[in-house]
Design a protein around this ligand. Structure first.
Ligand code: ADP
Length: 674
């Protein structure tokens, strides 16, 4: 028992070590794979960073070459601006030439001017009569007539209309006043008295007049039209005048009117500072100037300037026009997969409309300074595919985990299968060992008896004839037990080797069972068990090997007797169920536990209770029964309850009539016990 436990412990230890080794190897493999993946991920990141650096360099170079191109284009411009010239500088670009005045392309981009040409002086003499009539004689009608006269003179027409409108307004002729103002709406000349274009003055007067007389809608419409003209840069006015008229018009225009367009204001402001610069430059006596100016305010502005003593040419890129300097989404192969932003030195995006990754933690982002172009700005280049790189890395990690889990599972499965095989082998080995010792034991007891009795008889120590006969009887019984044992083993050996020959014949199971029981009973002789034989039919023909069937009956009967140490009756019944002849051997013995029922028909398997109670046996009886029944196309099973007894039931196909086709021939079948 101890040896057996040790053997199994050893097997378990070896299997444990093997499993441990497998786990260790799996862990090592996993760790290694993980490290490799991490290294590859780092390498990929590095490669992506290098690629991004390369792209950023290209974009930076492009920025500089665009700057150089712009400067060349500017240098080539003469002292006048052909229409459409701004387009060659890119979308949204505004080109200006400062000479004696300001030229701008595209037109209408300047909402105010750095310097306004002074108005021509007014010939006061022409208006002296009308002024006298209006203010001294207070003869308004005569004054109106005088002024109407003057409106026919082109030189003073505008001034005369303005004064006429004022008198009409004063004398309550509102519609006439409005009409006079309307005639001035597009008058661009400057009023010497008010230093603003007549058109601008009259539009504001008209709007105010409408308002004064409760015509709000008309006032608003007039004010909006005025704002439209201001936005379109129609008036040659300076910054103060622009702001004054814009605010006045805004106040009259009611709600829903936008404030002054920031982009145009930025351009005008730039032109004003250019004007100052130009004047300084002209005074300095320098010969030429090329420079870049910038503003990083709410509307960032980039200005490229080229000047010589004759003129200053500049191209201005306000706000969104800066987009042209940073090819945001893939212009050419080298810029694909990146997003470019122009940012101020403090990291603020310079163009509001550009969606900028505010402080977004992206691993792939590089900056390029624009200081070589005298700009304090930077190009911010971000990889748009950094997410993809991370996704690929995590996908690979998942693959590795899956593969590892797969490998570990397969290895675990292989280990399990191996362990099962090894344990089964160990169990079979153990069974064989048990069998050998059981057989030895089976041989030893009759041999010992025989040896003792033959010694007694040989030495002539038994004189009593009755005693001698009794001893001979015992010797005969032991010899036949030995013979039976040898026969059993030989038969089992033949079955195992597949050499057992079966000679089937049609025979009566009822008679065969009865004979076998009788034979067994006479052999067992002194045994104290009663065997009750019952049959519901007088004849049950089966086609079978007589000797084999006798062995079946005998083995079952022997077991029933052997495993009923307390009970004294064993029942043997023959019966018929459908097309089968049935043999039942029932006892009220120790019974068989459920977990053993399945295995007792395997060779060498002995029940625990049988071994504990030292009931002799070799574990091959039921294996032989099973094999013989199988060869005869029958079935054997057992119902049993521990402590209540067992019933073994054998079913064999009935032989209908001799030569019947229904008979399944076990003829000359070779079989083995397993
Ligand atoms: P053996 O009887 O030589 O041990 P068998 O193959 O005949 O071998 O039986 C296998 C096992 O089945 C026995 O060891 C015993 O545990 C159990 N067994 C067989 N017949 C009976 C029975 N009638 N009652 C209880 N247990 C039985």
């Amino acid at each position: 028992m101890k040896q057996r436990a040790r053997r199994f412990r050893n097997v378990h230890a070896i299997l444990g070590i093997a499993a441990g080794l497998v786990v260790l190897v799996s862990l090592a493999l996993g760790g290694l794979g993980w490290r490799l993946l991490q290294q590859e991920e780092a390498l990929q990141q590095q490669q992506a960073r290098d690629a991004l650096e390369g792209k950023a360099n290209i974009l930076q170079t492009r920025f500089f070459s665009k700057m150089a191109e712009t400067e060349t284009l500017l240098r080539r411009l003469g002292s006048s601006l052909p229409a459409g010239v701004a387009e060659s500088f890119g979308d949204g670009a505004v080109v200006v030439i400062l000479k004696t005045g300001v030229q701008v392309q595209p037109p209408g981009q300047l909402v105010y001017l750095p310097a306004v040409p002074p108005s021509a002086p007014l010939d006061d003499f022409l208006f002296s009569e009308a002024t006298k009539l209006e203010f001294q004689s207070r003869d308004m009608n005569a004054a109106k007539v005088a002024l109407s006269e003057l409106t026919r003179q082109p030189k003073v027409r505008a001034e005369a209309l303005l004064r006429l409108a004022r008198i009409q307004k004063k004398s309550g002729q509102i519609n006439e006043a409005l009409g006079s103002y309307a005639k001035l709406s597009d008058e661009k000349t400057m009023s010497p008295g008010l230093e603003a274009p007549y058109g601008l003055l009259s539009r504001l007067q008209r709007a105010e007049l409408f308002k004064e007389f409760g015509k709000t809608a008309d006032a608003q419409a007039e004010a909006r039209a005025l704002i439209g003209t201001l936005d379109a840069g129609e008036w040659a006015i300076d910054k103060d005048a622009y702001l004054y008229y814009y605010e006045a018009a805004l106040a009259l225009a009611g709600s829903g009117q936008n404030p002054a367009p920031a982009m145009k204001l930025a351009v005008a402001e730039t032109v004003v500072s250019l004007w100052d610069e130009w004047r300084q430059f002209a005074r300095s006596g320098s010969r030429s100037l090329t420079k870049q100016l910038h503003a990083s305010g709410p509307v960032p502005v980039l200005t490229v300037v080229n000047a010589n003593p004759d003129r200053l040419v500049a191209v201005i890129y306000p706000g969104d026009a800066l987009r042209g300097w940073v090819p945001d989404r893939g212009s050419g192969d080298d810029a694909t997969g990146v997003k470019v932003h122009l940012i101020a030195s403090d990291g603020r995006p310079l163009v509001g409309a550009m969606e900028h990754p505010q402080r977004e933690a992206t691993p792939l982002r590089v900056m390029r300074s624009l200081s070589p172009a005298n700009l304090p700005w930077q190009l911010d280049v971000t990889a748009t595919n950094s997410g993809t790189i991370l996704a690929i890395a995590s996908e690979r990690r998942n693959y590795l985990v899956f593969a590892l889990v797969g490998v570990v599972l397969m290895v675990a499965l292989a280990c399990y299968a191996m362990a099962r095989g090894v344990l089964r082998e160990a169990a079979v080995g153990q069974l064989q060992t048990d069998f050998v010792s059981a057989v030895s034991h089976e041989f030893r007891s009759p041999l010992t008896t025989l040896r003792q009795l033959t010694e007694l008889l040989a030495e002539g120590r038994i004189v009593d004839e009755g005693r001698r006969r009794q001893y001979f009887g015992v010797m005969q019984k032991e010899t036949s037990r030995l013979h039976q044992l040898v026969e059993d083993l030989l038969d089992f050996g033949r079955m195992e080797a597949g050499r057992r020959q079966y000679r089937p014949e049609t025979l009566d199971l009822v008679a065969l069972v009865r004979d076998s029981v009788q034979h067994y009973a006479s052999e067992a002789g002194a045994n104290s068990h009663t065997i009750e034989v019952n049959s519901t039919h007088s004849l049950l023909l089966v086609h079978a090997d007589r000797e084999a069937l006798q062995r079946v009956v005998r083995n079952l009967l022997e077991n029933a007797v052997k495993y009923s140490p307390e009970a004294h009756t064993v029942w043997v019944e023959t019966d018929r169920e459908d097309h089968a002849a049935v043999l039942r051997v029932r006892d009220q013995g120790i019974g068989i536990p459920a977990e053993e029922k399945k295995r007792i028909f395997e060779k060498f398997v002995r029940g625990d209770a049988a071994k504990r109670a030292a009931i002799p046996g070799t574990g091959i009886g039921l294996a032989m029964v099973h094999e013989i029944v199988r060869v005869h196309h029958g079935q054997v099973d057992v119902t049993s309850e521990v402590g209540a007894g067992s019933t073994f039931k054998v079913r064999l196909p009935l032989s209908q009539t001799a030569g019947s086709t229904a008979v399944q021939e076990p003829e000359a079948v070779h079989g083995s016990a397993r």
